[in-house]
Design a protein around this ligand. Sequence first.
Ligand SMILES: *Cc1c(COP(=O)(O)O)cnc(C)c1O
Length: 388
Amino acid sequence: MKDNIMPTYASQDIRFVKGDGAWLWNEKNEKYLDALSGIAVCSLGHANPEIAEAISAQASTLLHTSNLYRVDKQEQLAAQLCTLTGMDNVFFANSGAEANEAAIKVARKYAHSEKIENPLIVTMNNSFHGRTLATLTATGNPKVKEGFSPLPTGFIHVDYNDISALEKAAEKHSNIVAILVEPIQGEGGVRIPDNDYLNKVSSLCQQNDWLLMLDEIQTGVARTGAFLASQHNDIKPDVITLAKALGNGVPIGACLCAGKAAGLLTAGSHGSTFGGNPLACASALKVLQIVEREQLASRAEKLGDFICKALSEKLDSYDSLVEIRHKGLMIGIELDKPCTELVARALNKHLLINVVANNTIRLLPPLIISDEQAEMIVNTLSEIILTF
Ligand SMILES: *Cc1c(COP(=O)(O)O)cnc(C)c1O
């Protein structure tokens, strides 16, 4: 019964019972095109046969032992992630929020190793980092915090894409130890900063000995046209967090560390019963293999450009369009009016989309969609927008 579920999500009244690639079917066997991928999770599509095979093979071999023992697939996955990202080591968790919790704990350990009292972590207004107490405190959205005080201390917020705001914070506070920032703000409205923003943030971190911690939970694993969104900037972060697409639907999160950040969490200082268990790692290893073999980063770049060009042509005469923003297949279409009702209208046309920041349609389609499916997204969506 729905009544037995805590109403933490204002969910649409529809149930999907099976999937195949970018398609989903409800219990009446009606077919829907998924342009959201369960919020950037199922990037390789639903019921991906290779992922299913990897999970099934692992399930019939070994589901879980414990991090009290070595876990083969966890070591393989960590090695591959380090190769792909240039980082040194990994802590595995089970969600994005937990990956960010690990990052926050790394920043606190770093502060204490540097003998900095009452350390501060800088995060951005309009950001999203999760729903645990520490990550909702890091999150730059008052609504997420409402009713949960007392909150952990040690976070300050500045405007996103504003270097002078960070410089001012540096002048005002001598106890800053880290910056936690999304390369593109997802929940905040698909906000893409200036091309050199992350480079400038990175320089500021180096000058001040702050850790640069990038939340790539939504942008990571090839979605924006590179394995990491920050790889468009050629920078060396100290900490990177991943989750969403890493397991293609099997829960897994990862906190990757480099250099001085890599040696701070030790035996007894952090842990997770399930984190990096054989099942989750088997799925993630297969994800990485497919992403690389199918060159999904460049596919995402090409498809994102195609969808946005086609959409801007179709919406050329639409007065309420503010802007279409995208990097790869992370797409935001901002209107000059609230548009959350478009989610239901799209669902009526058998298309799954999402609206963030009240006025921005967000598309996060699977990276494996065909050209034809990309055209269907454009046609259905522009039809809905033009009559709104
Ligand atoms: C989704 C998301 C999170 C939280 O991940 P959960 O798995 O829901 O805990 C954190 N940061 C960003 C940028 C996200 O998009």
